[in-house]
Write a protein that binds this ligand. Structure first.
Ligand code: UT7
Length: 355
């Protein structure tokens, strides 16, 4: 099993076909503000040793994760998204009435339909504006950044609220030590606006590169709950409604994909690696990020890491990390940053930002 990224040239041809000028005279879109929400409950590695045959030492040394947040039983992906979204709108100095587009990335929607974006839209007091979900797993936030950017650049929308939200605790098999120790819950949001500079701390969205390889769909998936295996007593008994992963296979592909996606987005925009102040990678495993650092010759202190505290929160992982990066002032005006992620599908993507 191997996922193949298109070469830089192929990707450029695809981009050219999709839009006449992939990098040039497009309208500026900026991330104006971000917002984050993580549930109150902290689940430590030691607490997990009461559920499965594992140890703090194994989890920390193999993944870097020390604890994760777990949503309350009655707290949903939409509930968390509403919190993160409201914070982003407030920090952007806008009100919900200013937003004209809501996109949510999640693999743990409140229900198969209606979309979580519609639930969030009404809860935030927005009416009659476009709202939909995107399912690209851990790459979801990069996917919705690109979709929102293109929709804003079309001139039909002015301010977009994009949110990655996950209640992964609801699809984990708490008897499977190979997966249940890895994931956590949370939501991260951003307000994207069309136009020039939006003031202190905003980030211009310069370019995004997306990819997917469905041939690798069988290494990270949830078989039940869709039209192939609808819910039944048998499907529940067989554990089809839990996340399944071939961790070792995902690990190998992740490193290669994240490196190539980062290098490609920089090459396409003529930005040398040493001008990137901060790389904000999907928070799956600190060993993946360390190997990325080694292969790319980028010191670890230029990668933002929060997986030790939050674990892997899938679509929420990149925006939660970005929110911390902005709060810590890690991207000065004029400096570059890269968001990069991979996930089930397989999907991947990288976004180039400038402070
Ligand atoms: O968001 C994208 C999705 N996910 C990822 O990016 C995950 C990518 N993969 C990984 O991060 C790693 O592959 C894991 C952390 C999932 C696993 O680490 P690994 O070094 O690849 O371990 P492994 O699967 O090769 O397992 C090594 C051993 C096995 O025992 P044996 O067969 O060698 O006796 C496992 O049974 O570790 C055992 N093991 C555990 N031991 C204690 C697996 N999970 C655990 C555990 N505690 N939680």
């Amino acid at each position: 099993m191997s996922a193949q990224l298109p070469t830089g040239t192929q990707a450029d041809e695809l981009a050219s076909a999709a839009r006449v000028d992939p990098g040039g005279a497009r309208q500026t879109v900026a991330i104006r503000a971000t917002g984050a929400y993580t549930p109150e409950k902290v689940l430590t590695n030691n607490e997990l040793t009461h559920l499965v045959d594992t140890s703090d030492e194994w989890i920390v040394s193999r993944t870097g994760i020390r604890e994760r947040r777990i949503a309350a039983p009655d707290e949903t992906a939409a509930d968390m998204a509403v919190q993160a979204g409201a914070r982003a709108i407030e920090k952007a100095g806008l009100s919900p009435a200013d937003i004209d587009l809501v996109i949510v990335a999640t693999i743990t929607p409140d229900m198969p339909f209606p979309s979580t974006a519609c639930l969030v839209q009404t809860r935030l007091g927005m009416r009659n504006i476009c709202a939909f979900d995107v399912e690209a797993a851990c790459s979801g936030f990069i996917y919705i950044t690109e979709i929102a950017t293109a929709m804003l650049q079309s001139g039909r929308f002015r301010h977009a609220l994009i949110i990655g939200t996950e209640k992964l605790s609801s699809i984990l098999d708490w008897n499977d030590r190979s997966t249940c120790v890895l994931f956590g819950d949370g939501a991260g949001a951003a307000v994207l606006s069309r136009g020039e500079q939006h003031g202190n701390g905003s980030l211009s969205v310069l370019d995004t590169r997306l990819g997917a390889d469905g041939a690798a769909s069988n290494i990270l998936y949830m078989p039940g709950g869709g039209s192939r295996i609808p819910a039944s007593a048998e499907s529940l008994a067989a554990g089809h409604h839990f996340l399944k992963m071939n961790g070792r296979e995902v690990f190998k592909i992740a490193i290669r994909i994240m490196e190539q996606a980062t290098r490609d987005i920089l090459a396409r925009n003529d930005v040398p690696l040493d001008r990137v102040a901060c790389i904000i990678p999907h928070q799956a495993n600190s060993r993946i990020i360390e190997m990325l650092s080694e292969r790319m010759q980028v010191p670890m202190d230029r990668f933002h890491i929060n997986l030790d505290r939050l674990g892997n929160t899938s679509a929420a992982s990149v925006p939660l990390a970005l929110d911390e990066v902005l709060a810590q002032g890690k991207i000065a005006s004029g400096e570059y940053a890269v968001l990069v992620a991979f996930g089930a599908g397989l999907t991947w993507g990288a976004t180039l930002l400038r402070g």
